[in-house]
Design a protein around this ligand. Sequence first.
Ligand SMILES: Nc1nc(=O)c(N)c(NC[C@H](O)[C@H](O)[C@H](O)COP(=O)(O)O)[nH]1
Ligand SMILES: [Zn+2]
Length: 165
Amino acid sequence: QPDRHLEYMRRALALAQESPPKPTNYRVGALLVDAKTNSILASGYTLECEGNTHAEQCCFIKLAEAHNVPEELLGDILPRETVLYTTVEPCFKRLSGNLPCVERILRLGNAIETVYVGVKEPEKFVGENTGRKQLEDAGIKVVLVEGMEKEILKVATAGHKIADV
Ligand SMILES: Nc1nc(=O)c(N)c(NC[C@H](O)[C@H](O)[C@H](O)COP(=O)(O)O)[nH]1
Ligand SMILES: [Zn+2]
């Protein structure tokens, strides 16, 4: 069980390395997985999709496009045991003002049953990330997959000046 989570987190980290480094965000990779069939429904990395997009958001955009539904209606087509893997925990606030990924997850109802995260978000941009509590209060489990913190943060902050890492 646990090494399945590490396997998916490693794949998400490989995706994060596709993301163009920027000083104003993190390079994150994410996977939407059907835990019942153990199959990947969608993958995403920061800035993969048009505009200032987050990794988790790209998973939703791509799957919504594949099913020809708007992102906010994805809840109707996600399999019962859909889980999200993301190298950095979903954002609860974005300096750009774009809709945070915690809200994107919450508006799908309980379609996503568990969010597996590789690290908690550092406090650099938006202070302490309180998204985990919002998800848990809505009945969505948040599980920290341990063991890859250092490499995840190294990839995530590659666009940041060394001085202020
Ligand atoms: N989980 C997560 N996935 C991402 O793909 C990503 N880039 C972040 N980053 C969180 C960070 O708090 C925001 O990147 C800044 O708050 C700037 O906001 P924008 O990204 O410009 O909307 N977090
Ligand atoms: Zn986000």
